[in-house]
Each structure stands twice: as C-alpha cells, then as structure tokens.
Design a protein around this ligand. Structure first.
Ligand code: SAM
Length: 195
C-alpha cells in the first residue's frame, strides 16, 4: 500500500519520467526474474527501479551474483530503495551514466530496464540507450531486459547494433497496463537478421 502511494506521488512529481500509473505487478516481476535466471551473468544492473517492485523480485538472484547495482534518478525513490534494500548498491543518478560504472572489462552484464522509453524526453532516451549499448558492446553474453506497455509487436527501440536482436520473452496481461518483456541479445552465430 505504501509502495503504491509512493509510486502515485512519484507519478505526480514527474509523469513523463515515471511513465506508468502503478508499480510493476508480481506477474511482471516474476517474468523478469525468470528471464534474468536464464543466463549466468554475474553482474545485474537495474535502471529506473522506481519503488522497487522488480528489485524485490530480483533479490533471490543475489546468491549467484557478484554485484547488483540499482540506478534511479528520482531522489525520493532512490532514498526509498536504499532503505528497503540496504544490501544493494543504490545509485541516485541518470541511467545515461551506466557505462561509467567501474566493472571488470569483458564480464557479461544483465541490464533490467523499467525506463519509460516512450514517455521520457527523446534526448534522454538516446543518451540512456547509447550508454546501455556501450556498456554491453564489449561484454559478450550481456543482455538488456526491457519491458514496454506498447503493442506487443513493437520493439522497445530501433537502430540496434549489427549482430544484436530483440527476442520477445513474455506478454504479461496481469499488469496495469499489460506489458511485454523483451530481451536484447547477441544474434546466435550463423543467423543473420535484417533490423
Ligand atoms: C515505470 S517507473 C519504474 C517502475 C518500477 N519498476 C516499479 O515498479 O516501481 C520508471 C522509473 O524510471 C525512472 N527513470 C526515468 N528516467 C530515468 C533515467 N534517465 N535514469 C534513471 N531512472 C530513470 C523514474 O524515476 C521511475 O522511477
């Protein structure tokens, strides 16, 4: 209940950046956890964590991780996340700085993004997407898991680098609004895809 209230207040503070009227449902958070557990990257980075509905579901993945970094630009949400998850690295900053994180070179990362790409200012979307792609570029086996509220066939963003593809992971109807979970990952060798 408190989480919902905090979320609604965050939405009133900044509707374009929050981009949804309710936190992620358990069904959506579970779909994302299932996808995170599909590979063995030992660094997990969540961007745009809001009130932590997905963060909470991802905590069980901690036992197989070396690092779990949470990035949230809203100071009120970031405070809430630091209090709720004292064991995680919560950073109150823009996701466009994700490529500056001090990480071991070449270690694969999984990025989970709740960034509302359709409602955020375009220039900010470009900076955040560029930083995420740069972070993943030299780390084979990295993935971006992004969910959207758009029509299920619409990919989160276009102009992805050669050798990468979007895979639709799940449609989650039990969410307000219904969501589609996508994974941006390297194309398996031998398959060429026209974007
Ligand atoms: C859809 S809400 C997150 C919902 C979250 N999964 C939950 O259920 O509480 C999007 C979040 O992204 C954050 N955000 C928006 N732009 C951001 C940016 N450039 N960098 C980091 N966080 C950002 C917003 O402050 C908001 O908390």
């Amino acid at each position: 209940m408190r989480q919902r209230l905090a979320f609604a207040l965050g939405y009133l503070r900044n509707p374009r950046h929050v981009g949804a009227i309710a936190p992620a449902s358990r069904a959506l958070a579970q779909a994302i956890l299932d996808e995170v557990l599909r590979n063995d990257a030992r660094v997990l980075i969540e961007v745009g964590a809001g009130t932590g509905a997905i963060t909470r579901a991802l905590v069980p993945a901690l036992e197989r991780l070396e690092r779990f970094v949470v990035i949230e630009r809203d100071p009120g949400f970031a405070r809430l996340l630091s209090t709720a998850f004292p064991g995680l690295e919560v950073l109150n900053r823009c996701a466009s700085s994700v490529d500056q994180l001090p990480l071991h070179a070449h270690d694969p990362v999984t990025v989970v993004s709740s960034l509302p790409l359709l409602s955020m200012p375009k220039a900010e979307v470009q900076k955040c997407v560029a930083a995420i792609l740069l972070l993943m570029a030299h780390r084979p086996g990295s993935r971006l898991i992004q969910y959207t509220y758009a029509a299920p066939h619409l990919r989160p963003f276009a102009n992805i680098p050669y050798g990468w593809r979007w895979r639709r992971v799940a449609s989650v109807w039990a969410n307000l609004p219904p969501a589609t979970v996508w994974s941006l990952e390297q194309t398996p060798r031998g398959i060429s895809i026209v974007h």
